[in-house]
Design a protein around this ligand. Structure first.
Ligand code: PMV
Length: 354
């Protein structure tokens, strides 16, 4: 029998939303109720590395996450694998003397090995980087010709926020209009060099797993929150325009105002859900107060904060520049000294994250 292996390795950072995605209009295709905007972190911090391999000796698709085999039977993995396979093209790997025709891909299996460069116990979301990396690596392995936006529409079917990790810099996920979801994809707003003064600090408040998964949380919010309807229709469309402007003009005051307001509204929408969902805790609230007070006392904003749905109520703090970041770290260390009972476990410095 033939014995060859073709392998591709890719690396993808995670992203942090500054205008949040919360609520699906279609759960299977993962189509959102509003556009969102995120910043992609530096690959040196919080990224996933995935190696995909194909060989005629493989007898089924298999995947290992951080060295442990996991099941690929879930619909989200299956959707991504099916969509990429449908786009596979002829491959001629001269170096290894391998030829794979478009038709061969139908009967070839893949092995996937994925690693996160941050401890899973740090309680930081990894599905965004994970699915983006998986789809990108498979596309390269199978010589798919789609560009990153087209690939983002596939990664979206693994995890919504994953579609934004196919680009660096600031990225917009357009909700799209059509029913099949083909126009619900990510586009780059500006690249990673555009605003490289910003420094992103992630304060790990707690590494506990979130109590409500984002899928369940979003479903309950869509079903019960009137505030979400208002947010999706009236608020976010205007904010998206303003946020794109702030980013393009590197207007930190406006950027910080929009980022903080949108994080707070996202958590308000969670509270407006029946039963209410709490993702933040006392420590998160104290970090918000600390940032608000500091920004006010300086007259001009020095830091923006944003909190996700977990896992863990971790704070993502975006400082306007390195000086502000250094002062912010001093403040965090002062208010939340290490090994105290304030629950702030560590600070992950995303140096020059954009
Ligand atoms: O892609 P998911 O299902 O992990 O949802 C992510 C939702 C938020 O992180 C809370 C917001 C966002 O836009 O990333």
């Amino acid at each position: 029998a033939e014995t060859w292996v073709r392998m591709v390795t890719a690396q993808t950072p995670t992203n942090i939303a500054v205008i949040k995605y919360w609520g699906k209009r279609d759960e299977t295709l993962i189509l959102p109720v509003n556009d969102s905007i995120s910043v992609t972190l530096d690959p040196a911090h919080l990224c996933t590395t995935t190696t995909v391999a194909v060989s005629p000796s493989f007898v089924q698709d298999r995947m290992w996450l951080n060295g442990k085999e996991i099941s690929l039977s879930g619909g989200r993995y299956q959707n991504c694998l099916r969509e990429i396979r449908a786009r596979a093209c002829d491959v001629e790997d001269k170096e290894r003397g391998i030829k794979i025709s478009k038709k061969d891909w139908e009967k070839l299996y893949v092995h996937i090995a994925s690693y996160n460069n941050f401890p899973t116990a740090a309680g930081l979301a990894s599905s965004a980087a994970g699915f983006a990396c998986l789809v990108f690596a498979l596309a390269k392995l199978m010589n798919a010709k789609e560009d990153n936006s087209e690939l983002s529409a596939i990664a979206r079917q693994g995890s919504g926020s994953a579609c934004r990790s196919l680009f660096g810099g600031f990225v917009k996920w357009k909700m799209g209009k059509v029913e099949d979801g083909s126009d619900s994809l990510a586009v780059q707003v500006v690249d990673e060099k555009h605003w490289d003064d910003l420094v992103i600090i992630i304060a790990v408040v707690s590494s506990r797993q979130k109590e409500t998964s984002s899928t369940t949380g979003m479903r309950e919010t869509v079903e019960t929150s009137l505030l979400l309807q208002h947010r999706a229709k009236e608020i976010v469309p205007k904010r998206i325009v303003q946020m794109e402007e702030s980013i393009k003009n590197r207007n930190f005051a406006s950027f910080a105002h929009l980022t903080c307001a949108d994080s707070n509204q996202f958590h308000a929408v969670c509270m407006d859900t029946c039963p209410p969902i709490f993702y933040m805790n006392d420590t998160s609230h104290r970090i918000i107060s600390c940032a608000e007070k500091w920004n006010r006392s300086e007259g001009t904003p020095q830091v923006a904060y944003t909190f996700d749905a977990g896992p863990g109520p971790n704070a993502v703090l975006i400082a306007r520049n390195r000086q502000a970041a250094a002062r912010l770290l001093q403040k965090l260390l002062f208010y939340f000294p290490p090994n105290s009972d304030t629950e702030l476990n560590s600070y992950v410095l995303g140096d020059k994250s954009i």
